[in-house]
Design a protein around this ligand. Structure first.
Ligand code: 5GP
Length: 131
């Protein structure tokens, strides 16, 4: 079971931003920007492009809805999307509110936000997510 499957199952706590029957979105624990969110399929597949076509397409549509909620909660120029997957072997999409190109830099020092602020960010995004 991957760490993300444990998060989806509620065995490990997370700051939930959105959910439906197939996908789960939660704040990245080491955000590069406020509102940095991960979208994962509940199906445990390592590599994003190994997902079947229908699941991959549905994940993009779900991510679109999460991006809209992020933007409503945190006005930004655009929400950027990235796929790395070099650390956690469970397919996921990074959604990051962008004000400038540097907001997408994964090499820079990550933000350290208090738990109450992380919870408030997640609640704000969740409140804008249309189920
Ligand atoms: P990647 O696999 O895309 O290279 O990086 C995995 C991402 O997942 C990282 O940005 C990391 O901060 C995040 N991450 C790793 N473990 C956890 C966790 O237990 N909880 C949360 N919320 N994020 C995690």
């Amino acid at each position: 079971m991957t760490i993300f499957s444990k998060i989806i199952a509620g065995e490990i706590p997370s700051y939930k931003c959105a959910e439906d029957d197939r996908f789960y979105a939660f704040l990245d624990i080491n955000p590069v920007a406020k509102g940095h969110t991960l979208v994962v399929p509940k199906q445990e597949v390592d590599y994003l492009f190994d997902l079947d076509d229908d699941t991959l397409a549905a994940m993009m549509v779900f991510s679109k809805r999460v991006a809209a909620a992020i933007r409503a909660a945190y006005p930004c120029r655009k929400v950027g999307m990235a796929v790395l997957g070099l650390e956690v072997n469970h397919a996921h999409i990074h959604l990051i509110p962008l004000q400038s190109e540097g907001d997408m830099d994964f090499r820079k020092e990550k933000l350290q936000l208090p738990a109450e602020e992380m919870q408030a960010i997640a609640d704000n995004i969740l409140s804008h997510f249309s189920a």
